[in-house]
Write a protein of this length. Structure first.
Length: 658
């Protein structure tokens, strides 16, 4: 695609160099960063990505997030880029960060070109100032410095291409550009479905760029885009699976409010948040959630004032629409882009997030530069005097310099999980989820070190800090079952305090009676205390909910066998596990072990052989079975199970290399 910047190739190269230098000055330090918040969804530790190009069919036939009870969205394009990246570079965060910057650079070039097309009556400096301000805005650090958020970059890039071919449609009246625009719009949706707002942005742009606007084309474009969006939603629903995403108060309290009044009132507070963070981007935070933006009502005078202000702003934009004033385009662009994240139609994850304002930032930048041009009375001119550039540059630099400093500094904070959490947590005292995430990362580091050193004392301070933040999380949201469960684990495993552990484990299923982890851990504590009747009660509670937790079945069965001396009941529980998880070898190993202890070797071996045929059998068990047959003088079976164990070991070794 011809950049169309100037007729001079030298000028084109200068602008390409300018944006390359700008992007890499602002974000070059991210190449030294590791993986951070949610990156595992698309990069590190994602088995689908680690298949490389072999994983592409699976990428296009599975949901973006595909965990049990946590399935949502369909974003294959971003995973496709990481699969291709892994095929060449393997797991390399520096390479991934480089490509994020490169995509951002491409966005800068394309955006600069489009702005010249949209505001063709204005000097090149107008588009250059808007693009520069957009690229430098610190709110974009969550998108560029976070590998998981490449979906935002790709979605915006392909959305801009959609706008480009929309402009071509207006200029040429060739219907083929409706199809080309629709193709790029679909790719944008496949990157992230927030691109749907461009179904309104493109007709708006067509109006602004076509002086003799053909409303028929605007209608065609809108209809085709809407069809593309709903076709994708239908594909997602019918071909893959039903989207499931558990509701958590700590994520967004509006998920529990069906009241339209509550949602619309809170939307005004959300818009206030975005207005503030876009103009004064500090502090920037990795997560918000409950209770950072409290649910509001229309009894709040601030809500009413905000509503009136936004009505006035909208009315002004519509008034200026007829004259095609840039400030009208900027306001409408912002309002359209931010509309889907107001939480009115659907609660947004975390209620607010900096990445949600990525595209909307462009509207603000257009408004700012338009105001500066209006104040200095620079209108509809292709040339700007040197003195005018000087006076324009002063306020632009006054914004640009602190924005750039903030952007570069913020990138360092995205280095890894703990660096990010540590930097932001002082500002997140009212966020339940943020405190939980910070505490969980601290404990992940503690557990990792404990596996190596077995030294709790060197990890005590970090553990105590984690406890502090888990407790803060449940203070904010008393229904946060995961935080309660993690507190219970700390007191049970590290502090050896069963009384406190039970208190927290039981709190974990107070608001969610079927919370399996908390119930299971409660049973573990009672078993540890040798209160076997209570342990039986809670293990049975886990099993009665249809769990596939093999340890719940196995522990319960072993209590019946070892403590209650009831082999019949123990076998019955193991048979329940075999029914719940037919491929599991454990129930047959357990039953075989019971018969071995009662000296019934024949029955024992019958069950051990059943276990040996299960797909999850471990080579160590097969080796033990081989030795058992060898001891009984059955060399054929001893050799058979020994060879089977070796084959499984070789297969695992090969898989690990791949």
């Amino acid at each position: 695609m011809d950049l169309g910047i100037t007729k001079s190739s030298k000028s084109k190269l200068l602008f390409i160099l300018y944006f390359a230098v700008l992007c890499f000055i602002l974000y070059g330090n991210t190449v030294y960063n590791s993986y951070s918040l949610d990156d595992e969804i698309v990069t590190a530790n994602n088995p689908m990505i680690q298949k490389g190009i072999k994983g592409i069919p699976e990428i296009f036939t599975t949901l973006y997030q595909n965990q049990e009870n946590f399935k949502y969205e369909y974003r294959p394009i971003v995973k496709l880029t990481y699969a291709m990246e892994y095929q060449i570079f393997k797991s390399n965060p520096g390479v991934s960060h480089f490509f994020n910057i490169f995509i951002y650079f491409l966005i800068a070039l394309l955006l600069f070109h489009l702005l010249q097309k949209i505001f063709s009556d204005y000097a090149l400096f107008f588009s250059l100032a808007i693009t520069t301000l957009f690229i430098a805005h610190p709110i974009h650090t969550e998108v560029v410095a976070s590998l998981k958020n490449r979906d935002e970059l790709l979605s915006f890039f392909f959305s801009l291409l959609t706008v480009y071919y929309t402009i071509k449609l207006g200029k040429t009246r060739k219907k083929k550009y409706i199809l080309i625009s629709s193709l790029f719009f679909t790719i944008a949706l496949l990157s992230k479905q927030s691109a749907m707002v461009f179904a309104a942005i493109c007709p708006l742009t067509l109006y602004f760029t076509d002086k003799k606007v053909n409303y028929k084309y605007i209608l065609y474009l809108f209809i085709v885009f809407v069809i593309a969006y709903f076709s994708l939603k239908l594909f997602q629903k019918n071909l893959i699976s039903e989207t499931i995403k558990e509701k958590f108060l700590k994520d967004n309290p509006l998920k529990f409010y069906n009241s339209f009044d509550a949602r619309t009132a809170t939307a005004m507070m959300v818009l206030l948040f975005y207005s503030k963070i876009l103009i004064f981007p500090h502090p920037l935070l990795f997560y918000y959630g409950y209770n950072m933006i409290p649910v509001a009502s229309w009894n709040n005078i601030v809500v009413i004032i905000l509503f009136v202000l936004h009505l006035i702003i909208l009315a002004f934009a519509l008034y200026k629409l007829k004259s095609r004033h840039p400030i009208s385009y900027g306001i409408l662009f912002y309002l359209i882009c931010i509309s889907m994240f107001t939480n009115i139609l659907r609660p947004a994850a975390g209620i607010v997030a900096e990445r949600y304002a990525f595209a909307a930032t462009l509207g603000l930048c257009i408004v700012i530069i338009s105001i500066l041009f209006s104040v200095l009375k620079i209108h509809h001119t292709r040339e700007i005097k040197r003195s005018q550039k000087y006076w324009l540059s002063i306020p632009i630099l006054a914004i640009l310099i602190p924005y750039s400093i903030k952007t570069i500094a913020r990138n360092f904070e995205w280095k890894d999980h703990i660096t990010l959490y540590s930097a932001d947590i002082p500002y997140l005292k009212n966020s339940s989820k943020a405190n939980e995430l910070y505490a969980s990362e601290l404990m992940r580091q503690v557990n990792q070190d404990m596996l190596k050193t077995k030294n709790f004392e060197r990890n005590r301070a970090k553990t105590e800090l984690a406890v502090e933040h888990f407790k803060r999380s449940v203070e904010i949201d008393s229904s946060n079952n995961m935080a309660y469960n993690n507190l219970g684990l700390i007191y049970f495993v590290l502090y050896k305090n069963n009384f406190e552990a039970l208190k927290y484990f039981k709190s974990s299923f107070r608001y969610k009676p079927n919370y399996e982890k908390g119930i299971y851990n409660t049973a573990l504590v009672y078993e540890n205390q040798k209160d076997f009747d209570s342990a039986i009660f809670y293990y049975q509670k886990v099993i009665s909910n249809g769990s596939k937790n093999q340890y719940a079945y196995s522990n319960l069965a072993n209590i019946y066998f070892n403590e209650k001396h009831d082999i019949k009941k123990a076998i019955e529980v193991n048979n329940l596990l075999a029914k719940a998880d037919p491929d599991n070898a454990l129930p047959f190993i357990n039953i075989g072990g019971y018969y071995l202890k009662t000296a019934d070797t024949v029955t024992c071996l019958t069950y051990f052989e059943k276990a040996a045929e299960k797909p999850n059998i471990q080579p160590e068990f097969l080796m033990a079975l081989s030795q058992l047959y060898s001891g009984k003088g059955n060399s054929d079976k001893a050799s058979y199970y020994n060879e089977k164990a070796l084959k499984i070991k070789q297969k695992k070794k090969k898989s690990a290399k791949d």
